[in-house]
Design a protein around this ligand. Structure first.
Ligand SMILES: [Zn+2]
Length: 289
């Protein structure tokens, strides 16, 4: 028996792939999980960032920040400097995005459930970061102007509760920026359960532009932008994965490195990662319509 659908609240989901179900009413796709919040948080200990999901998160800091700066420049198209001053990142990990964003905003704050990440953000990068689940975080009346979730929403147990809480603690006309895989993309549909982003239990939710827009709009957030964004990857990282880890031919990797070819960064866009920006509709406007 699966949990009810977070988009339409119905409980008529049917199996789609092993461990993954699809809502018969609204087509929303999610993992069929039966885990407590504590079990869920345990997935994100240091092993997750060192070998399990990421080979070595901090070793790729430079390329990760190139990607974050690209996301920041898209977000900046919608930012009004006089209005959007305080930014909150949910799922800040080691604070590498906040480190880029602090040049653009007056105040930046991050929350994450991973203790090692938050320690690094606080102590090494001197950022305002908290090791807490947003669901339990006491905002103490403070509101934000921008909330970001980069490749985080798919990891949450209850994205609907997060989005509701974010919306409640956002100033009028505040922005929400989200990236996540697009289950309706060509690559996802073609690859089916072999799509690189299908991996329960860490990926528990599989949105499309339509279902994510619906979730945002259910919470007073109007979608003002959507696109499929690409990312930069270092040839070093790609070559290491192929020649060392997969083919066990370290000499090819070493030769490429010797020739200096691994220093190049490659831009890739498979059109299966979506980037949505939504804006909080002021209360007065919602009553009018
Ligand atoms: Zn549904």
């Amino acid at each position: 028996m699966s949990n009810s659908c977070i988009i339409c609240n119905q409980s008529n989901a049917l199996p789609l792939y092993p461990g993954i179900v699809k809502c018969s009413d609204c087509s929303y796709i999610y993992a069929d999980l039966d885990m407590s919040q504590e079990e869920f948080e345990k997935l994100y200990t240091s092993g997750y960032f060192n070998g399990e999901e990421y080979s070595d998160y901090l070793a790729d800091k430079e390329i990760t920040q190139i990607n974050f700066n690209a996301r920041l420049s898209t977000l900046n198209k919608f930012v009004n400097k006089d209005q959007h001053k305080k930014l909150l990142e949910i799922g800040c990990a080691y604070g590498l995005f906040l480190d880029c964003a602090r040049n653009n905003f007056q105040e930046v704050t991050g929350v994450d459930v991973t203790p090692e990440g938050v320690e690094y953000a606080k102590n090494t990068l001197s950022l305002d970061a908290y090791k807490v689940d947003l669901e339990k975080w006491d905002f103490k009346g403070q509101k934000f102007d921008v909330a970001c979730m980069w490749d985080t929403i798919e990891h949450l147990k209850r994205p609907d509760i997060y989005i509701k809480k974010i919306s409640e603690n956002l100033n009028d006309n505040g922005l929400v920026a989200i990236t996540t895989g697009d289950i309706e993309s060509f690559v996802a549909k073609f690859r089916k359960n072999k799509w690189r982003l299908i991996h329960p239990p860490t990926h528990a939710h599989y949105f499309s532009i339509e279902s994510l827009s619906k979730l945002l709009e259910n919470n007073g957030l109007k979608v003002i932008h959507s696109e499929h964004c690409g990312f930069y990857r270092s040839i070093e990282n790609i070559a290491y994965n192929i020649f060392v880890l997969r083919l066990k031919q370290k000499w090819i990797y070493k030769t490429l490195k010797f020739l200096g070819l691994t220093k190049i960064n490659l831009y890739m866009n498979l059109y299966d990662i979506m980037y949505l920006v939504a804006q909080k509709v002021p209360e007065a406007d919602t009553h009018k319509s």
